[in-house]
Design a protein around this ligand. Structure first.
Ligand code: ZN
Length: 296
């Protein structure tokens, strides 16, 4: 089943809701990164939120980059999304040791750490990108996104994100929701929504049992009379290519490039997002050196 996100409203347009099933997307990330359970849980939660935030974009050109840096052993989590909901991402240390809070519950917060920030960059291709940053709340990712929305965007938001990793490290289920209340909402509806979200079992249990976003929406928000507005197929896709890495090599400059040619006679670069390897032989590097020299 393709990963899918639905957009809905509820309570007479006073609430907007995104519900995601990203099992395939996170499994694809896992195939590329071969991460430990706690690392793919952290990355998968961030990818799911990034995909939803991409769909929230008001411009077709927006490039969304999210960086979470909590000082924990996982290092940095970096994800990139676009307005179609497609994403890519990586963590610095995918082999971070996987520990549990209790049996069956991965300790994502300890791996990520909470001494740091979540930073959201929205680049519209204009001169100055929007950059919003907020201190991490727990390092568990969902709370950190909720904190970002509340303080950086002044938007009260409920976020739940989950990744269920199987014993063979494949992804059994992944997904979540982001729910936002609009400014005109009445207090009674807010109270009903808060009660409902507080009474829910963990999101991983819900997405394990309900396979489609429609079922999850209905299960969680039924009493608030949701209406589905849109449905999107989303995926993990990397847009790296040789040209981009050529530019990276040219940018290291004449001196370093000459050194690589003389000492190694080749360069091997790897894309962080998909682990694809690009090899540049001596002849290719000499061409790039000419360009670097021209640019001086
Ligand atoms: Zn790539």
């Amino acid at each position: 089943m393709k990963s899918k996100i639905i957009r809905a409203t509820a309570a007479s347009n006073q609430i907007r809701i995104f519900v995601a099933n990203t099992t395939e997307m996170v499994d694809k990330a896992q195939n590329l990164h071969k991460a430990t359970p706690v690392a793919i849980a952290a990355l998968g939660r961030t990818l799911t939120a990034t995909s939803i935030m991409g769909l929230m974009s008001k411009s077709e050109k927006e490039k969304l980059t999210i960086t979470i840096n909590g000082g924990g052993p996982i290092g940095q989590i970096v994800t990139v999304g676009n307005p179609k909901g497609n994403v890519k991402g990586y963590v610095s240390n995918p082999q971070v040791e996987s520990t549990n809070l209790y049996p069956g519950k991965l300790d994502v917060g300890s791996a990520v750490g909470k001494n740091g920030t979540i930073t959201v960059t929205k680049d519209l291709g204009l001169r100055e990108p929007y950059v919003g940053s907020n201190p991490l709340v727990t390092g568990e990712i969902a709370e950190d996104f909720a904190g970002y929305f509340a303080f950086s965007e002044q938007q009260p938001t409920g976020v739940a994100l989950g990744v269920l990793v199987d014993v063979d490290y494949t992804i059994k289920a992944a997904g979540g929701y982001i729910v936002q209340v609009l400014p005109n909402i009445d207090e009674e509806t807010v109270a009903r929504l808060e009660d409902r979200l507080a009474s829910l079992e963990p999101i991983t249990s819900i997405i394990e049992k309900k396979s489609t976003p429609e079922e999850v929406l209905d299960y969680i928000f039924k009493d608030l009379e949701p209406t589905i507005l849109d449905s999107y197929d989303v995926d993990f896709t990397c847009d790296c290519n040789e040209e981009r890495l050529e530019k990276a090599l040219i940018s290291i400059g004449e001196k370093d490039l000459t050194e690589i040619i003389e000492q190694d006679k080749q360069a091997e670069l790897m894309c962080h997002f998909c682990n694809k390897k690009y090899t540049f032989d001596e002849e290719h590097l000499k061409k790039l050196l000419q360009e670097a020299t021209k640019k001086k």
